[in-house]
Design a protein around this ligand. Structure first.
Ligand SMILES: [Fe+2]
Length: 240
């Protein structure tokens, strides 16, 4: 077994701790008492589950799903990849949801009063189902970095929030996708709360010229592994 594999067998190296002082809000929300196991109820583990029948092909195109008839402003890009289990097995027909800031780094949210323009043609939300081989595919625009007041001159690296639903609300996993070569990675407490460099690297999408479409959009590959030693770090694995 390689050193990296040995390290990553330990979930504490993959998932962020509940308390990470540099990420200030964890000081307020990290548990101060030992956790108590709860037995999930039948409705929590069986349903109602995602409303997969409500997902339409239009939901996967964040550049047009505002419904205004005008495209979102920004650098158009394709984000695609596979959702996989620990053995590389496909997680098919599962709901993938994303949310993100617009090209200027602004969310449509009342708490986001960052001095950057809103785009009336960009909602910042999208979703799709994986196919039988675990593939998902989204068309969106590249999000901008944004300030977040965690510390002086704090800026989040550009990122897209991902949720993989699984069969019920109990199995939902949430993470963030980052972009290669971003100088803000080294300065970001959320990214760096993930203990191992190998695990952090699994949150960075890979530019893929085979996905890029001529005169249309750049292509990025982002696989999500939901389980096992090579798991993608998730927000609710060990906290954050
Ligand atoms: Fe964000």
């Amino acid at each position: 077994m390689s050193v990296i594999a040995a390290i990553e067998d330990d979930p504490d190296e993959v998932f962020p701790p509940y308390l990470y002082e540099a990420y200030r809000s964890t000081l307020a929300r990290a548990p101060s008492q030992p956790l108590v196991d709860l037995i999930p109820t039948l409705s929590e583990i069986t349903g109602p589950g995602p409303a997969v029948s409500a997902v339409t092909p239009q939901d996967a195109d964040l550049t047009t799903n505002s419904g205004t008839g005008h495209p979102a402003i920004g650098e158009r890009m394709i984000v695609t990849g596979r959702v996989l289990g620990s053995g590389g097995d496909a997680v098919g027909h599962t709901l993938v949801e994303v949310w993100q800031a617009n090209a200027a780094g602004r969310y449509i949210h009342r708490d986001d009063q960052h001095h950057a323009p809103l785009d009336p043609n960009f909602l910042g939300i999208g979703r799709c189902l994986t196919d039988g081989n675990g593939w998902y595919r989204l068309l969106t625009i590249r999000p901008g970095p944004y300030p977040w007041r965690n510390h002086p001159n704090a800026w989040r690296p550009a990122h897209i929030h991902f949720s993989v639903f699984g069969p019920s609300i109990q199995s939902r996993l949430v993470t963030q996708m980052y972009f290669p070569g971003d100088p803000l990675h080294a300065l970001d407490p959320i990214f760096n709360a993930i203990p191992s460099a190998a695990a952090r690297s699994r949150l960075i999408a890979e530019y893929d010229h085979d996905i890029t479409e001529e005169e249309w959009a750049l292509g990025y590959r982002f696989d999500i592994v939901v389980d096992g030693p090579a798991a993608t770090p998730f927000d609710n694995g060990h906290g954050l």
